[in-house]
Write a protein that binds this ligand. Structure first.
Ligand SMILES: Nc1ncnc2c1ncn2[C@@H]1O[C@H](COP(=O)(O)OP(=O)(O)OP(=O)(O)O)[C@@H](O)[C@H]1O
Ligand SMILES: [Mg+2]
Length: 263
């Protein structure tokens, strides 16, 4: 009974707070999102003057990315974390524990873990962007929603490297561009991406844009070197075997990047 009253009261408040116009904006996302996420989106719509949210670009298990058009005609990408599967929940700890930036954070539920993960991605984007890494520009984060600049045009996302490598005008130059971004990530932002591959690099105007940085860890993290080795191996394997170009040897590249990991 109390629940029902609560719900009725809430609905009344909601209907007053959320104007019809805002509801239309959220039509495309309503089906997949829970009430908490909708509330967060209503706030962001107002703060960022979003006037339209388009259909999802990706339908990953944990997160979904939506293009959003603002009143000034600029597109944002909204990355919304939906849920964490059990396996994912287990695996995220290895990226959080041991990171001095997240010491003292209280995680009492799956929801607070998701919020922390989203904040982590935002902070990693800020650090990388300040270091000059080619990443989407971080705009805001709230709860499980991350807002960043949109990579692409008119709401159409740029292709991922895995789907576009045959079209590259200068594959060797593109590879060196990726390597230089790895240098900036480790030597200037003092981070290791941890999931770098052709799946997390977009190609925009013939240049790489690195995405999906939630799992990136500080260089002092106990697993940082393991993640660095895997990033270098993934990138080198892809450019050598799929793209078919000469690459810097993994030993040499790891050696160079390792030097930056000391403080
Ligand atoms: N800033 C952006 N601008 C445009 N498109 C983006 C942006 N960020 C991500 N995307 C698109 O959304 C997809 C998913 O983003 P991301 O890799 O960050 O999430 P994910 O958790 O790995 O999701 P998935 O499991 O679907 O790959 C990307 O492959 C890319 O196509
Ligand atoms: Mg991804």
């Amino acid at each position: 009974m109390e629940d029902l009253l609560d719900r009725e009261l809430k609905q009344k408040v909601d209907s007053r707070r959320f104007k019809e116009k805002d509801k239309e904006i959220l039509e495309t996302v309503e089906e997949v999102l829970d009430h908490f996420t909708m509330e967060i989106l209503y706030d962001l719509i107002r703060e960022l003057r979003i006037k339209k949210i388009l259909g999802a670009i990706s339908s990953g298990k944990e997160a979904r990315v939506f293009p959003a058009l603002s009143a000034s005609g600029e597109y944002y990408a909204l990355k919304i974390y939906l849920t964490f599967t059990r396996e994912f929940k287990k695996s995220v700890w290895k990226y959080i524990l041991g990171d001095p930036r997240f010491e003292g954070e209280k995680v009492t539920s799956t929801k607070s873990l998701i919020y922390l993960w989203c904040k982590k991605e935002y902070k990693n984007l800020v650090k990388m962007s300040e270091a000059g890494v080619s990443v989407p520009k971080p705009t805001a984060h709230k709860g499980n929603v991350l807002v960043m600049s949109f990579v692409g045009e008119n709401g159409f996302p740029a292709p991922l490297l895995k789907d576009y490598y045959e079209e590259l005008e200068d594959p060797e130059g593109f590879y060196m561009d990726v390597v230089n971004n790895m240098r900036l990530i480790t030597c200037k932002a003092k981070l290791v991406h941890g999931d770098l591959s052709e799946y997390n690099i977009m190609v925009w105007r013939n240049r790489p844009v690195i995405i999906d940085v939630s799992q990136a860890v500080h260089v002092s993290h106990p697993n940082a070197l393991i993640f660095l080795l895997s990033d270098v191996r993934n990138i080198n394997r892809f450019f050598k075997e799929e793209v078919g170009i000469d690459v810097i040897s993994s030993e040499e590249l790891v050696g160079e990047l390792k030097q930056c990991m000391g403080t």
